[in-house]
Design a binder for this molecule. Structure first.
Ligand code: PEP
Length: 252
């Protein structure tokens, strides 16, 4: 059975001290749950990783970086390598988020190099894809997402692909308060799973976790997660509050 996952993306929020406090609060609340079958991931800024990883029970909370370098090491001022991230205690790395594509001009080629670097260092990529509003209005959303998958992850060998988590994040829903409808989410998730099946076969497609991201909150998570092909969420704003995040973790 494929994993159900709720991953928080803190973006550039919380001081290191506040981050540890939030992680401890989430850890305490998740610790009280009877069912730990949902994988909970905290995607923190780089400098929070080590302390947050030490503040949570690794049996039920994992830690993610929000980016990694496309190179292994060397003269790349300001960059952080996948190896450093792994050794800081992270198990996952979010790659291809629309904010990285937009503000840092990360294209398919760069993202593919980052995915490969992450996998070489035993970090599991949470690979984001999704269309902007103009693309959806023009009926190009399937084509856009397919291209993002082809450029970023569809050249991976089967063994590596099995480590990938996909996050469908329609850009028009991120941070806007307007989530995709459950039907829109299911339609795209089903499409993504079919594309994975065409490339890697049905068995692997059935095991691939596909998360929804974009204004997911406790009040809409249940409806979104109840869809056959929606295996959880990548959560921005609502992951910054322990009660809201818990409301989403328990929404399956
Ligand atoms: C995100 O940035 O990954 C995201 C889904 O943000 P929000 O939940 O705030 O829309």
């Amino acid at each position: 059975m494929r994993k159900r996952i709720v991953a928080g993306n803190w973006k550039m929020n919380k001081t290191p001290k506040e981050g540890v406090e939030l992680a401890k609060e989430i850890n305490a609340k998740v610790g009280q749950l009877k069912d730990h079958s949902v994988e909970v991931i905290l995607g923190t800024p780089y400098i929070h990783l080590m302390d947050v990883a030490k503040s949570v029970n690794p049996a039920y909370i994992k830690v993610a970086a929000q980016n990694c370098a496309a190179w292994s090491h060397g003269a790349y001022t300001g960059e952080v390598s996948a190896e450093m991230i792994r050794l800081a205690g992270a198990e996952y790395v979010i790659l291809g988020h629309s904010e990285r594509r937009k503000y840092f001009h990360e294209n398919g080629e760069i993202l593919n190099a980052k995915v490969i670097m992450a996998l070489e260092n035993m970090l599991k990529p949470i690979f984001c894809c999704g269309e902007v509003l103009e693309e959806r209005n023009a009926g190009k959303h399937f084509e856009i997402v397919k291209t993002q998958l082809e450029e970023g992850i569809f050249d991976l060998p089967e063994e590596d692909f099995k480590e990938i988590v996909i996050a469908y994040e329609p850009v028009w829903a991120i941070g806007t308060g307007v989530n995709a409808s459950p039907e829109q989410a299911q339609e795209m998730h089903h499409f993504i799973r079919q594309e994975v099946a065409k490339k890697y076969g049905k068995a692997i497609a059935d095991e691939t976790s596909i998360l929804y991201g974009g204004s997911c909150k406790p009040s809409n998570a249940k409806e979104l997660f109840s869809n056959e092909d929606v295996d959880g969420g990548l959560i921005g704003g609502a992951s910054l509050n322990a009660d809201d995040f818990l409301g989403i973790i328990t929404a399956f």
